[in-house]
Structure formats: C-alpha cells, structure tokens
Design a protein around this ligand. Structure first.
Ligand SMILES: *Cc1c(COP(=O)(O)O)cnc(C)c1O
Length: 492
C-alpha cells in the first residue's frame, strides 16, 4: 500500500473518532429506546432464522462505506428482528432492559480497551475492580480476606467457584487430576445447569453431581441431611454444596442458613463443607431492605455467583464470582500453591486479576457497573429490584383471578411460573397446547414469555427485567394470552 492510500486510510480512522461520527450508531440506540418507550409495535420477530440468514448472504465487502451508510444498512438488515427487551411487554428471559448510563459506558470501555488481567495493562480500572468487588463482599458481610473477579456471567462464575472448591477437596488436582475417588457436588434439583456443566467440564463427571429434591421449590433440607449422611457413611468427600438464591426456574431462594448449618454439621477434615451460593439472578436482593432477608446466612457461604447483568439491570456481560477468602480463587487457577500471595509477592502480583480467572485479556466491564452505581445509587437500584418484584406479585394476583390460568408458586423475586388450564381439555394435551400458546403469543409480537418444565409439566414463565413494565402491561399480557388461547382452542 502506498503512503498516499495509507494517509487516506488513516484519515478515515481519525474522522471516525469524533462524536459526530459516532452519532449514526448512537442514534440507533437512542432511537430504539425512544421507539420502545410507548410499548407499541412488535416485541420480537416472527421471521425464522433462515429468512434472516438469507437476507444477510452477500460477498464479504472489500471496499469501505461511509459510517452513516453502515448504520442505515445495519438498521434495515437487522434491527426490525431483534428482541426488544426495552419494550415493556418483553417478559421472556433473564436478560435486562439495561440501565442507560451503563449502556453508554460500554462505548467508553471499548474506546479505552484496558485489559483487566494484568495491572500494568489497566492501571486505573484494576484498583476500581478491587474496590467494586470490595463493595460487593462488604454487602455480603465478609471481611477484608474476601475477594473476587468480574466474569462473563454466572456460568463462568459458578465454574470458577467450583474449581476453587475442587482445589480444596483435592489439593494436588492441578498436577495429578482428580484421582481414583473423586468428590461429589451436591445441589438442588432446580440448580442452574451451570453446576452440572462445570462438573462435566472439569472432568469430575456429571454423575458426580448429586441432586437433592425440592419441597415448595426450595432444596428439601431433610433430603439434604439424608444425602449427606449417606455420603459420609460411604466415605465420599463432598466438594461443595450448591444453594440457589433466586433459582432460574421459579426465582425462589433456598434457606441458606439451614443449609450452612448442615455444612457445619457435616464438616470433614478440611472443615465445614464448602457452601457455594448461586445468586446469579437473586444477588440484587442484598441491596433491598425488603428482600435481603431472603439472603440470610449468605455470609456463611464460601463462594458466591452474582450477575449484575441479571437483576441489577446491566447490559451483557457483567458477572461476578466472589469468595470469602481470595486465596481460594487464586489457588483454583495456580499451578503451584499460591506462595506468591504471601509476604514474597510483588506489588503487581497482588493487584493482578488474571491469576484468579480464566481470562488473560478481559474487558473492563467493572466500569459500567461502577457508573450504574454512581449514577443511580444503591438505594435506587434496590428500588428498581423491588419494583420488578412488586410487578411480579401483581401479575400473580391477575393470574390467580383468571379462570383459565393457575399460579404455580408465590413469587419470591421477579419470576412467576403459571399454567394454562383451560376447562374441558385433557391434561395429556396441555404440554403441547402450552407450547402452542407461547409460540402464538410470542409470534404475535404482543409480548414475549418463556416456557419451562416444572414438576414434569411444560408451564409458562414470566420474568420481569424492565423498569418500564407496569400494571397496564400486565393486564395486556393476560389479555393477549387469553386472546391467543381462545384462538388455539377454536382450532383444537
Ligand atoms: C442466569 C443464571 C446462571 C447463568 O448465568 P449466565 O450469566 O447466563 O452465564 C446461573 N445461575 C443462575 C441461578 C442463573 O439465573
């Protein structure tokens, strides 16, 4: 390439670095916020993946386009078919209508491109991440031994925490593997699949995950005791007991204190059993005076998963793994015993976040979490969580009052499962009909909800992750479902 064309190219990059150049892209985001505000228009797309894929087939562009043209093409090709999480009728999955201040910060994080693995590569956001993690561990009630790291989400956080538990149960695991008599993980039947996935990924094997049945959607404590007794009798080491704080299916919270009591009672020669709490979804309850009682006993956990991109309404991705003793996390990822984290450790090594996670290069997602906390304050973040939970409670009332729908539990957070039970329909047909109802409702563009299996049945599930969703939208949700349900019964 000649210097002339280099100069042109470099000028193009320089021109793109201005606020004016950013305008067409940022305007798409602001326009999206504005368009969804009134709660009109479709919530999602009815096009199949293939239809969208066909539209995107083209030769890979060799030549440039002006940024405004790219923004226009992006909008025309793609934006009509996104799931509109900012639309107040979106009640589908556990993904937020994100806090706007955090959204704008994402562009800054990319612009600065600090890498969180090594202090040298992120001189100001490394201490920031330590500070924000310290805020979070303070909320848990842990002391200055505690620590953690931001993660890509709850799946990674849970894996990291379980790796830490593995290093404790099998101290030489890094070098010698799990050995002939590997330990087990004990978790509730509604634990997120991140737990069994971690067991598979780390070579423990999913058959080493012992499932405790539920009672009223909480881990059954009697069954847990029986299982721990049986494991002790057979000489099987328990690597970790995993409790859920805001479980994915129903949003319910296990009794953390009671589970911690059992972890104490069944202590082995390493001390109390390792209690991991998966609060990926429910962590925000810690901020809320009216919900924090659900987290009672959390301080006794040894590790914690908490996703700010769930109920703290951050944009993807922002997860966290927190540990009561930060050495635990370092040990999980170090080939040698972490002798560096002692008097001999250099200053840089003490700050580096890389040794306590999977990552080398890692985005400074902590910045958007910090901006959200600075901008809204924890009182308001708690109020937002309370609001999401209150709306779910109101929906629970509407479902209970409806002749064709049955609420399946009291909501403990912002998730509600309910069943469609139309009169005169054989219960064998209900799974299929429920799937059809969800499909029709979502494709209609009126709203968006999900379906899960609960006690062997396919049931409807609503998760409210949007501050815009209010009573009128809940009424529209029930009306929309009833209308689609009538259509289905008409042709059934
Ligand atoms: C969402 C969720 C996870 C997984 O988190 P990701 O951020 O999607 O990786 C794990 N556990 C619970 C309870 C969750 O709700």
């Amino acid at each position: 390439m000649s210097t002339d064309t280099d100069a042109e190219l470099l000028a193009m990059l320089e021109a793109d670095m201005t606020l004016e150049a950013a305008q067409p892209i940022l305007a798409l985001a602001a326009g999206y916020f504005a368009d969804t505000r009134r709660g009109e228009g479709p919530v999602s797309t009815w096009h199949s993946a293939q239809v969208i894929a066909d539209r995107l087939v083209s030769a890979m562009p060799r030549l440039p386009r002006p940024l405004p043209d790219v923004a226009r093409r992006l909008s025309q090709l793609l934006l009509d078919d996104v799931n509109r999480l900012a639309h107040p009728m979106y009640t589908g999955h556990q993904v937020s209508a994100p806090l706007p201040a955090a959204v704008w910060t994402d562009a800054l994080i990319s612009a600065l491109n600090q890498s969180q693995g090594v202090r040298e590569m992120s001189p100001s956001f490394t201490p920031l991440e330590h500070q924000v993690i310290a805020w979070m561990t303070d909320l848990v009630g842990w002391d200055e031994q505690a620590g953690g790291t931001m993660t890509s989400g709850g799946t990674e956080a849970t894996f990291a925490a379980l790796l830490a538990a593995r290093s404790r149960a099998v101290p030489n695991v890094w070098k010698h593997g799990l050995g002939a008599k590997p330990p087990v993980i004990v978790c509730g039947e509604f634990a997120h699949y991140a737990v069994s996935r971690a067991a598979g990924e780390m070579g423990l094997g999913t058959s080493r995950v012992i499932i405790i049945p539920s009672r009223d959607h909480h881990m059954d404590l009697g069954a847990l005791r029986q299982q721990l007794e049986a494991l002790r009798a057979s000489g099987t080491r328990v690597m970790a007991v995993v409790a859920s704080a805001g479980c994915t299916g129903t949003g319910s919270f296990d009794d953390l204190n009671a589970i911690a009591n059992l972890c104490d009672e069944f202590a082995d020669d390493h001390g109390p059993l390792w209690l991991h709490v998966d609060a990926a979804h429910g962590g925000a309850a810690l901020l809320s005076p009216s919900h924090q009682h659900r987290m009672r006993g959390l301080v006794r956990a040894r590790s914690l998963t908490w996703d700010p991109h769930k109920s703290l309404l951050l944009p993807l991705s922002a997860g966290m793994v927190l540990v009561r003793s930060q050495d635990d996390l370092t040990r999980a990822f170090t080939q040698e015993e972490p002798s560096l984290i002692g008097p001999g450790a250099s200053n840089a090594q003490l700050w580096d976040l890389g040794p306590r996670s999977f990552h080398t290069s890692r985005r400074a997602d902590v910045l958007k979490l910090w901006v959200a906390i600075e901008r809204y304050g924890t009182d308001n973040l708690a109020r937002l969580y309370d609001r999401l939970c209150r709306m779910t409670q109101l929906l629970h009332g509407l479902v209970k009052a409806h002749p064709d729908f049955v609420a399946l539990h009291e909501p403990m957070s912002n998730i509600l499962c309910f069943a469609w039970k139309p009169e005169g329909v054989a219960s064998d047909d209900l799974d299929t009909l429920t799937e059809a109802l969800r499909e029709r409702y979502n494709r209609s563009g009126r709203g968006f909800l999900s379906v899960i299996t609960l006690n062997g049945r396919r049931v409807l599930r609503v998760t409210i992750m949007n501050a815009r969703t209010d009573e009128t939208h809940l009424a529209r949700l029930m009306d929309g479902l009833a209308a689609e349900a009538a259509q289905i019964l008409h042709t059934h």
